[in-house]
Design a protein around this ligand. Structure first.
Ligand code: 601
Length: 326
């Protein structure tokens, strides 16, 4: 089998949400596909009405194929301090025409304010490795982990776009979605992430600095977070930029012309256009950067600002990750 699903950007490409059908009869919910976590969870009828406001949700008791996964709970916290928790049902989950008949569906009983106010999604689908799934006492498999048996190849691809719909494909690599060749990096999945070593960076037309940068590819994180020294070197080339405590990161005049950012993957030079690095308006005539410091995060993240400039292959079989110009 193979499948394909549309990925729709929220405002400012903050996240990319995809339709996922759960239960019988199916309810279709826009879920945030997240290669930085490994829980599939949904807004549910078990939430207080106040926390469901503005959201669609899953009602296990209305699904004839739903079965309580007795004794199992989940409780997830994300890097931005948001989180959710609840209990677990086993039910049918279909994405892009591929159905997993016994998927652990984590039903939310409580969600943090960030999720209540983010009405673009009604939950998340984690595509990282099973080791960081939060279900307890036994962790559960990701949807992709369960779907792999149906796929010709243990791969999914991300073809995210700036300001318009892209897609995720499952089980195959569509050569019409990229140009040139795909360059792969070995994945170290010991921390449960799509983690690898980038080979260096360049700012605009400047010299490429060869250095190993430990990064994760995270579709659930909006921006790019790199070591402070690299970020400082980037904004040194942006007139009027500053690292603003009140804004929570680097800002600059919206009239600035931003240099591109090149990230090395082996010998491949992945280029993020300067326009992608003006993320969104801040206050007044200042704008907020799509590249920010990883200080305080503990790791570097290639989020959507980077990923939407590339065609990305996530191969869970090896594991390895591949990049080509999108
Ligand atoms: C509040 N929302 C929608 C979030 C979605 C995803 C994440 C995340 O760190 N994913 N790797 C955090 C927060």
């Amino acid at each position: 089998a193979q499948g394909s699903v549309t990925a729709s950007p929220s405002q400012y490409d903050g996240e990319y949400d995809c339709p996922v059908t759960v239960g019988t009869p199916g309810v279709t919910l826009p879920l945030d596909f997240d290669t930085g976590s490994s829980d599939l969870w949904v807004f549910s009828s078990e939430l207080p009405a106040s926390e469901r406001s503005g959201h669609a949700y899953y009602t296990s008791s209305s699904s004839s194929t739903s079965k309580l996964d007795s004794g199992e709970t989940w409780d997830i916290s994300y890097g931005d301090g948001s989180g959710a928790e609840g209990n677990i049902y086993i039910d049918k989950v279909t994405i892009g025409g591929i159905t997993v008949t016994s998927q652990a569906v984590e039903a939310a009983e409580s969600v943090s304010s960030e999720f209540v106010s983010d009405t673009s999604n009604d939950g998340l689908v984690g595509f990282a490795f099973d080791s960081i799934n939060t279900a307890s006492p036994n962790h559960v498999q990701t949807w992709f982990g369960n779907a792999e048996a149906q796929l010709a190849s243990p791969v999914f691809t991300a073809n995210l776009k700036k300001g318009k719909a892209g897609n995720y494909n499952f089980g195959y690599i569509d050569s019409s979605e990229y140009t040139g060749s795909i360059t792969y990096a070995t994945i170290n999945s010991a921390n449960g992430f799509w983690e690898f070593s980038a080979s260096g960076y360049a700012v605009g037309s400047g010299a490429f600095s060869s250095q190993s940068i430990d990064v994760i590819a995270d579709t659930g994180t909006t921006l790019i977070y790199l070591p402070a020294a690299i970020v400082k070197a980037y904004y040194a080339k942006v007139s009027g930029s500053s690292n603003s405590a009140s804004a929570g990161g680097y800002i600059f005049p919206c009239s600035a012309t931003l240099p591109s950012l090149t990230i090395g993957i082996g010998s491949y030079k992945a280029v993020v256009p300067g326009t992608f690095l003006n993320y969104a308006p801040n206050t007044g005539s200042t704008c907020f950067g799509g590249l920010q410091s990883n200080a305080g995060i503990g790791l570097s993240i290639l989020g959507d600002v980077f990923l939407k400039s590339q065609f990305v292959v996530f191969n869970q079989g090896v594991p390895k990750i591949g990049f080509a110009p999108g």
